[in-house]
Design a binder for this molecule. Structure first.
Ligand code: MLT
Ligand code: MN
Ligand code: ZN
Length: 291
């Protein structure tokens, strides 16, 4: 399978429009690469492509990715649909950009489909889409030959859904399996802790794309003067996930969903050097992996 990292930043991107923290200032000055919001494209056959999350930057992400160019007919697209890991704004807002393309399929957990009810009702006015509920640990095929399985990760819900009566798994990880190559990719951009059984998922994967939102537990407050919410955001900091990843040197390990306050954005930082020493990667937007 081919995986394209369309975007590698957490909500807001790098730089974020209203942020003058260290990394945002450096990105604005061209001293660090800019990053768009977390989103992947995957394909088993190079002809049928699936988006994992639909970021607010999806238009620019698609128009700069040759694999996703429309054709051969004037309104044909190789994009078959979207798989959502959660209902966060930075992972779902791009659905509205895709409005009007007929026949897209969106796979998501029941919680996420419920949270997006209003968005879905609006989108269904533009084109007929299929909305499919993803059941935990039940594999299903995607057009193009990949087989996907969702694994429950946490009950962390988006702020706008705080009052929702729906209980259950608000965040999942996806395991993508290519029966032709035997390759396995694990995509987990929102990891609140290291859940039971997660080690086994990492161990069997060839590539893991993991939540690298924050490097340290109180990083956002230190960088922006607005601490408050970091611990409630449901993102295990790298200081806690890196020791877990060190147990899996055979696996290609990549941090994504990087917040703009994260010092690993700077290749010259000590924090980035520590990742290099552990063999864990931070890749730029547009990076391609063949698995
Ligand atoms: C998150 O990843 O925790 C959310 O995207 C935060 C947000 O943008 O509200
Ligand atoms: Mn996010
Ligand atoms: Zn910033």
């Amino acid at each position: 399978m081919r995986v394209v990292l369309l975007g590698t930043a957490a909500g807001g991107g790098v730089p974020q429009w209203d942020c003058a923290c260290g990394p945002c200032a450096k990105a604005r000055a061209g001293e660090l690469p800019a990053r768009t919001q977390d989103c992947l494209a995957v394909s088993g056959d190079g002809a049928n492509w699936w988006l994992l999350n639909a970021s607010p930057d999806i238009r620019a992400q698609i128009t700069t990715t040759p694999e996703l160019a429309p054709g051969p007919g004037p309104r044909d697209t190789p994009v078959r649909g979207v798989l959502l890991t959660d209902a966060e704004v930075d992972h779902a807002l791009g659905l509205l950009t895709l409005r009007g393309a007929p026949g897209l399929r969106v796979h998501a957990p029941a919680t996420v489909l419920h949270a997006l009810a209003g968005t879905r009702a609006a989108l269904d006015r533009y084109a007929e889409w299929t909305w499919r509920q993803v059941e935990p640990e039940q594999a299903f095929p995607l057009a193009g030959g990949l087989v996907v399985t969702a694994f429950p990760i946490s009950g962390k819900r988006p702020r706008y859904a705080a009052g929702s009566p729906v209980e259950g798994h608000w965040v999942v990880a996806y395991r993508l399996f290519d029966p032709r190559t035997g390759g396995i990719v694990l995509y987990a951009p929102c990891l609140a802790d290291w859940p039971p059984g997660f080690d086994d998922l990492v161990a069997e994967a060839d590539v893991v794309l993991l939540d690298g939102t924050f490097h340290a537990p109180a990083e956002m407050g230190a960088a922006t003067g607005r601490g408050g919410g970091q611990s409630a955001m449901g993102h295990l900091p790298i200081t806690r996930s890196l020791p877990e990843l060190r147990r899996h040197p055979r696996v290609r390990r990549v941090y994504t969903h990087l917040n703009n306050t994260n010092p690993v954005l700077d290749p010259a930082s000590a924090e980035h050097a520590e990742l290099r020493e552990a063999g864990v990667e931070v890749l730029p937007d547009g990076a391609c992996l063949d698995v």
